[in-house]
Ligand binder design. Sequence first.
Ligand SMILES: [Mg+2]
Ligand SMILES: [Zn+2]
Length: 181
Amino acid sequence: MPKRYLLLDRDGTLIVEQDNLHDPDGVVIIPGAVEALRRFVDAGWGLAVVTNQSGVARKIFTLEQMHSVNERVQNLLEEQGIKIEKFYACVHAPEISECTCRKPKPGLVQQAVSDLGLEPNASMMVGDKGSDIGLGKNVGAVTVLVRTGYGQKEQHRSDLDPDYIVDSVADLCPTMADSRI
Ligand SMILES: [Mg+2]
Ligand SMILES: [Zn+2]
């Protein structure tokens, strides 16, 4: 069996988008996310978060604050029996050309491939922005745009062409990737 992962964007996808969120008390999980994630876990999938956090490089918040938000996300999910295996973050500024990990660049997923052994073309990338869809396409994953966060706007971009557009993470189902196996 291939190692399938649900690769989740954080802000606007797994949790409610708030500009440069860095207060763990501000974390709100998107309604229905836990049940959706459980469908993937039950089907043998792993869960990982891939997130752009350039606010660190831009000194809007610290690395520690970013980690504390991730920890809060993890704790809220764990209370309901769901565990994210790993959080991957690009903390570089958009203009840093040496960065190989800011979505849609493939670095975060390549890191996950070496850490977790996940198979990108058996996996699914879900997010609310074009950069999430671009990342998914760059690594050969099934791509899903959610209409939460920036997705409401991004869904009208004709250049994105995700495999699916859904209202929110709550609508995700592992069978959406069946055509790949
Ligand atoms: Mg997002
Ligand atoms: Zn980076």
